[in-house]
Design a protein around this ligand. Sequence first.
Ligand code: NAP
Length: 334
Amino acid sequence: MTLATTRLGRTGLTVSRLALGTMTFGLQTEEPVAHQILDKAAEGGINFLDTADVYPLGGGLETAGATEEILGRWLRAAPGRRAGFIVATKAFGRMGPHPWDQGSSRKHLLDAIDASLKRLQTDYVDLYQLHGDDASTPLDETLEALNTIVRSGRARYVGVSNFLAYRLARALGRAELRGLTTFVSVQPRYSLLFREIERELLPLAQEEGLGVIPYNPLAGGLLTGKHRRGAPTEGTRFTLGNAAERYQERYWADRYFDTVDQLQALAQEAGVSLTTLSVAWVLANPAVTAPLLGASRPEQLTDTLAAADYALDAGLKQRLDDLTHVYRWGDSVR
Ligand SMILES: NC(=O)c1ccc[n+]([C@@H]2O[C@H](COP(=O)([O-])OP(=O)(O)OC[C@H]3O[C@@H](n4cnc5c(N)ncnc54)[C@H](OP(=O)(O)O)[C@@H]3O)[C@@H](O)[C@H]2O)c1
């Protein structure tokens, strides 16, 4: 299957318009199934893979690193496979017992990249991202460390995730002033139920020519319409290890269920699954490079991959925008 491609922001790098996230691999999803998910994504035309040193989601220090290892074994399992994929990983989360085993210090980032490369069984990653903003480390120290990593060939590009727009703007300015390697992409949370980034981050990304690879496009699965109010279903994101609480806090609320009911009605009227429609809506934003698809089973990718072929009609997009405007700038701003 072919999938449309696009440039990652203003870089010369071409990537598929859908990317695959891997954070279920190693806890919720066992390795053989994880490899089937990767196979299915690749068959669907995805060539852009995202992971992080701290994954799998829901685990702690005991499991951290397992996802990169699973991905590394898949990349190695067929000759030439590594060269056929754009591999992105991240650092920032806690990876060891010492105070310096987390964050964006020079010490941690230089340790973290080598550990990731080892687990991924590769000499370089294509995109190395800060998983969060470490406000306690001077920005210049972080930028210099990333510069070292890129100059040494261990990463081809660098990006950020979960940054506020003002902090990213500052970092871009510092990197430019100092002539250091600069960020080319952002990885924010974005879905029909979480549209805050439309206010500041997406305009910044467009102005600065940054790639945008949004995560949680299905709000952790809520936007499939499969969840019911009450106790969350066992075996899903909303009961997954130490992530259960975070995801319930994020999305398990009556107002979201009410919106999902209304969205479901629109999807039915349009004759498309809410899953496909929700990913298609993220994809339709002109600032977006590639939504990150997540799956705990290969068959889940059928409806999310379908988003790439679904032509979202302008009228329907407007109705989706209107129905979820409250998740954009809050109740007071239309
Ligand atoms: N930078 C960050 O801080 C950050 C944070 C989160 C994610 N990410 C990245 O983004 C990727 C994707 O995020 P995400 O997994 O949260 O995306 P998502 O699209 O919001 O949620 C995906 C989850 O929804 C459920 N699902 C997906 N398709 C389905 C289908 N067809 N039918 C029924 N259920 C379906 C599955 O969960 P269940 O099977 O459990 O129901 C699946 O794991 C991650 O793998 C990771 O790479 C990054």
